[in-house]
Design a protein around this ligand. Structure first.
Ligand code: DGT
Ligand code: CA
Ligand code: CA
Ligand code: ZN
Length: 572
């Protein structure tokens, strides 16, 4: 279904034409066509197939020609030309919410503004409020729109998007008539950042559902509201799209809107090879035009002769082929996780006591947890000197005697010093159950130094896990220079596990490198690095990342039960 994209292009052409001062008749025609196309239930491709584009109300010969050009070639030459002839800054100004072509061309003519940056300066200098039909309020709105536009170009971390989506789903679930309800898009695929939040639902009363959606308290602005879909802004910059779908095609539609685009393209090829054309809403048998609807996504995949593919791996990275041959991995699941091997307490820089952390972990149904406070070299994080670590071991021994069916493991997150040496002597490391070794200092080494530094830590027989192996923080700090391929080879050779740090700003290793680690036979530990009891819930993000890396239960260290884990840790 390309209707939406066609509507967007037509509307954009209307805007660009108006910006150029073309006749308002033409401008209006494009906008009307855009509106019609947007609200149509039927697929444009089907209409074009019957040669009936011109019969669509509001679509004349010229616009019909452009639509069929788009359907055939994926482009509209006239639109590309228009865009080329428009100064790029002006086209960008149109993306600022509240700025239509009329205002943009006035700003251009009267103030000489032709970029967002110039507009910002003009508004700050109060030159905008003096223009006709403008005032202090519209000036302020323009500045707000610019702020939002600047932020909107950046992607939203999973750790922000997922809780927000869950909150919105909670509101929608209570709306009368809502049946199926789920997120789609990159959020459903568990990507580390998402462009927006896509939600799909079924309801016998779409308009009422849309009305309820736009009036959820977190909604700050309504960008678009139609009979079956709406787009809104929450938390200043985050776009949320809701579509209300016919229940009988919910499976097909959610498959489409979950993506990825690349996965969908591959799936359409598979459908064609089996004699079907796959659209957003249905599978059409080419032989007789029979249309098949699927209310469950599983049924669509099965009908195409393949296993259902978990959303996290729908990236066209081999999953379609694997599903056709019945050899998809059985991805690790939340219920496979038996414990957390890297958490902090108030002994170093954590907020809660060991006892509080333990109670929280027991509440999650875990069998064990490793208390890994920082080592002393890390002055800033209140790292433990050796005698403090010994004291902590004593305390944990006592607590373990009292704890039933739960093991508190003595751990440490030991700093890997710049020269590759560890921040504790071997003797005390050998008394720890779990040693996580990480880099928190000297980030600016050259790739070869950093790589050797990490590898020499892995060569210590005491190191079990490398913590957050690349040091990146999403949207904040790049990974340090490190040759991960070499690190992973060394991990395989030394039997060291790699961490998938589940903190949503880390997700380190990421999905791709986790998959590579698995290929090399390296085990991964999905750890939250929690610094408080709430932090334990980050496990969810780590699991999504692990799934995106095709990991199975057997690849995950903390999917082992306590006895097997202890055997594994003592091997070294
Ligand atoms: P994002 O939002 O940038 O993190 O990424 P997505 O994957 O959520 O992309 P979005 O929100 O633009 O669209 C949601 C899904 O809809 C996308 O994953 C696949 C499907 N989709 C959207 N546009 C197209 C298209 O032009 N062709 C195909 N085959 N699928 C599309
Ligand atoms: Ca999306
Ligand atoms: Ca979207
Ligand atoms: Zn840590």
């Amino acid at each position: 279904m390309r209707n939406e994209e066609v509507a967007r292009l037509l509307r954009e052409m209307g805007d660009l034409l108006e910006l150029r001062g073309e006749s308002s008749f033409k401008v209006v025609a494009y906008r009307r066509a855009a509106r019609t196309v947007e609200s149509m239930k039927e697929d444009l491709e089907a209409i074009a197939g019957r040669g009936e584009l011109e019969a669509i109300p509001g679509v004349g010969k010229a616009i019909a020609g452009k639509i069929s050009e788009f359907l055939e070639t994926g482009r509209i030459e006239a639109r590309d030309r228009l865009l080329q002839e428009t100064p790029p800054g002006l086209a960008e100004l149109l993306q600022i919410s509240g700025l239509g072509p009329k205002t943009v061309s006035m700003l251009h003519q009267k103030l000489g503004v032709s970029t967002v940056a110039e507009l910002e300066v003009a508004a700050r200098e109060h030159r905008v409020r003096r223009l006709p039909r403008m005032g202090p309020t519209s000036e302020k709105n323009i500045l707000r729109g610019i702020e939002r536009w600047k932020k909107r170009s950046s992607r939203i971390p999973l750790g922000v998007a997922l809780p927000l989506a869950q909150e919105i789903l909670g509101h929608l679930r209570k709306v009368e008539g809502i049946g199926d309800l789920n997120v789609a898009g990159s959020l459903r695929r568990g990507r580390e950042t998402v462009g927006d939040i896509d939600i799909l639902a079924t309801s016998p009363a779409p308009e009422a559902a849309i009305r309820a959606f736009v009036s959820i308290p977190v909604v700050e602005e309504v960008l678009m509201k139609g009979p079956t879909k709406a787009s809104v802004i929450v938390e200043e910059t985050i776009q949320v799209d809701l579509r209300i779908v016919d229940p009988r095609s919910f499976g097909t539609v959610i498959q489409y809107f979950t993506g990825s685009k690349e996965h969908n393209v591959k799936l359409r090829h598979v459908a064609l090879s089996k004699g079907y054309s796959l659209s957003e809403y249905s599978l059409t048998r080419l032989a007789d035009g029979e249309e098949l609807f699927f209310d469950r996504e599983e049924d669509l995949y099965h009908h195409l002769g393949m296993d259902w593919i978990p959303p996290e791996i729908r990236e066209d990275e081999g999953e379609v082929e694997a599903a056709l041959e019945g050899r998809l991995p059985r991805l690790v699941e939340p219920s496979d996780i038996k414990g957390d091997l890297h958490v902090h307490s108030d002994w170093s820089d954590g907020r809660h006591s060991i006892e509080e952390m333990v109670r929280a972990a027991q509440g999650l149904g875990y069998e064990y947890m490793a208390m890994c406070d920082h080592s002393h070299g890390l002055g800033i994080a209140n790292g433990l000197a050796e005698d403090r670590l010994r004291e902590k071991m004593e305390l944990i021994r006592g607590l373990n005697e009292a704890a039933e069916g739960f093991a508190i493991l003595v751990g440490t997150e030991v700093e890997i010093r710049a020269d590759g040496k560890l921040d504790y002597p071997d003797e005390i490391l050998s008394e720890c159950d779990v040693v996580v070794a990480s880099v928190h200092s000297g980030y600016h080494q050259r790739e070869r130094e950093m790589t050797n530094r990490i590898i020499s830590a892995m060569e210590s027989e005491h190191v079990d896990v490398i913590g957050h192996p690349t040091g990146r923080k999403i949207g904040e700090r790049e990974a340090y220079e490190v040759d991960l391929e070499r690190v992973l080879e060394a991990a395989a050779r030394t039997g060291t596990a790699m961490e998938i740090n589940a903190h949503p700003s880390r997700l380190d290793l990421n999905d791709r490198w986790s998959r590579r680690a698995r290929e090399l036979g390296v085990k991964l530990a999905i750890n939250t690095d929690a610094h408080s009891t709430c932090g334990l819930s980050a496990m969810e993000y780590g699991i999504k990342t692990a799934r995106r890396g095709w990991l199975e239960r057997k690849d995950v260290l903390n999917a082992l039960g306590l006895a097997d884990l202890m055997k594994y840790l003592e091997r070294g």
